[in-house]
Design a protein. Structure first.
Length: 233
C-alpha cells in the first residue's frame, strides 16, 4: 500500500513504531525522527504533515497511546467490588503496565523536563489524570473537577519517576509507593471532611468555600482546548 492509499492513522502508528527502535539510542530527537521515516518508508514531507513538530509530536503520540491502552483495559475490567481509592490505584497501575518500552518513557521524561516543553508535558499528565477520572465515572462539575485531576497528576508523576528507577520483582516497590501516595491523598480528603463537620471551622471557611463554589468545570459548549469537560444540564 502506498502512502497515498494508506490511512493517516496507520501511517502514524507505523512511524511511531519505527521511531521507538531509535529512541533508546537517540532520544525523541530529529535523528530518531529521520531514521523512523527511512525505516517506515514514509516520505519526510508526509511525516511532517502527520507530525508537524517532528520528534516532539511522536513523543506526545507515544504518551497518548498508553492512555488509550489504559482506558481500554479499565473499561474491560470489573472494578465494582473495589473501594474507589483502589480503583484509582488500579488505573495508574494499568497505565504503567501499558508501557512496553521503559526507556522511551525515560527519554520522554527528559524531553518534557526541558523548559520549552514543560507545558506540553504537564498537559499530557493532566490528560492522563482526566482519562482516569472520566473512565471511572467522575461526574463532578465544580472545583472538585480540578482538584481531583491536579492531585492525581501529582500522584501519577511521582509514581512514574519512582517506577523508572524501580528494579524490584514485578515492580512491587512501585505499587507499594503508589499505595502510600494515595493514602496520603485520602488523609487530605479526611481532613477536608472533618472541617466540614466542625461548625466552628465550617463557619471560618465559609467565605473561601463560597468562592470555590463559584468555580465550574470547563464546558464543551464554551471550551474545546481543555482535556475533559462536562455539558451543563
Amino acid at each position: 500500500m502506498t502512502d497515498a492509499q494508506q490511512p493517516p492513522a496507520d501511517l502514524k502508528e507505523a512511524l511511531l513504531d519505527a521511531a521507538l527502535i531509535h529512541v533508546a539510542f537517540d532520544g525523541w530527537s530529529e535523528t530518531a525522527f529521520a531514521a523512523a521515516c527511512t525505516d517506515a518508508g514514509i516520505d519526510r514531507s508526509v511525516a511532517r504533515g502527520l507530525f508537524p513538530r517532528g520528534a516532539l509530536d511522536l513523543a506526545v503520540a507515544f504518551h497518548r497511546r498508553g492512555d488509550q491502552a489504559m482506558v481500554a483495559k479499565l473499561r474491560a475490567a470489573d472494578l465494582g467490588a473495589m473501594r474507589f481509592r483502589d480503583r484509582v490505584a488500579t488505573a495508574v497501575r494499568y497505565r504503567l503496565e501499558s508501557i512496553d518500552d521503559k526507556e522511551a518513557v525515560r527519554r520522554g521524561a527528559t524531553l518534557f523536563a526541558l523548559p520549552m516543553h514543560a507545558a506540553e508535558g504537564a498537559k499530557l499528565v493532566w490528560e492522563t489524570a482526566d482519562h482516569i477520572w472520566s473512565t471511572l465515572g467522575d461526574t463532578s462539575t465544580d472545583v472538585n473537577w480540578y482538584t481531583k485531576r491536579a492531585t492525581l497528576s501529582g500522584v501519577y508523576s511521582s509514581t512514574v519517576l519512582y517506577w523508572l528507577g524501580d528494579s524490584s520483582d514485578g515492580h512491587q516497590a512501585t505499587w507499594d509507593f503508589l499505595d502510600r501516595r494515595i493514602d496520603d491523598v485520602m488523609k487530605i480528603e479526611d481532613l477536608k471532611a472533618s472541617v466540614n463537620k466542625n461548625p466552628v471551622l465550617k463557619g471560618l471557611f465559609a467565605g473561601p468555600n463560597w468562592v470555590l463554589s463559584q468555580i465550574k468545570a470547563p464546558s464543551k459548549l464554551s471550551r474545546t482546548d481543555l482535556p475533559g469537560s462536562y455539558t451543563p444540564k
